[in-house]
Design a protein around this ligand. Sequence first.
Ligand code: 1GP
Length: 238
Amino acid sequence: MDKLILEHIHSSIKNKKKLLAILLDPDKCTLDEIPATVERIIKLSADFIFVGGSFVENGVTAIFVETLKKNTNLPIVLFPGDYSQVTNHADAILFLSLLSGRNPEYLIEQQIKAVPFLKNSTLEIIPTGYILIDGGTNSSVLKISNTLPISQNNFELAVNTAIAGEYKGKKLIYLEAGSGAKNLVNIDIIKKVKENISIPLIVGGGIKNKIQLENAYQNGADIVVVGTAFENKIDFKN
Ligand code: 1GP
């Protein structure tokens, strides 16, 4: 199986190039809006389009990604809220385990349910440790997963969770404050996690301006994900 996306991430890190992913929620962007949306993403020089949402109905993601593909060559990476969002039209999938939570449904059940969709697919499957830090809102992930986030002050737990993820064989760590977070992932958490893992680090949740974006990069994020600010047409790069 090709490992193009993960290889691209590793070679960008080697070349000291920071990466940007724009997160699109198929529930919040109609098919008609896709061409203009893609144009905006290209203007931002984004490297990836992540697609996912917490409440997307069955079948919607497939049509959404198929239409996106017709409009762009940018790599499309699934960031699924649940197994029903798996579609072969994308290039890769973040095969997520919610490591900060203690709900078996999101540690292994959903992953097993995804297998019938994945085993004959051409998607690049990227094992990803997903760690939710308290973003100060009752985010969709919290509601749906029925788990508690890690406190912004509990550096040790955040770091040890990320290291455990690497030991478990995850290829990426995604440090997340939750979509629309009030409080971004603390830069010291980003820094300490980055210092303690050797796999690439994704950071997201609540980023809406250039300073926040740069802070995440400077403290160790290899990829930053922006969803809500992009949706709200906020110019977060300037
Ligand atoms: C959510 O990390 C992503 O899973 C992006 O968050 O929507 O707050 O940018 P925002």
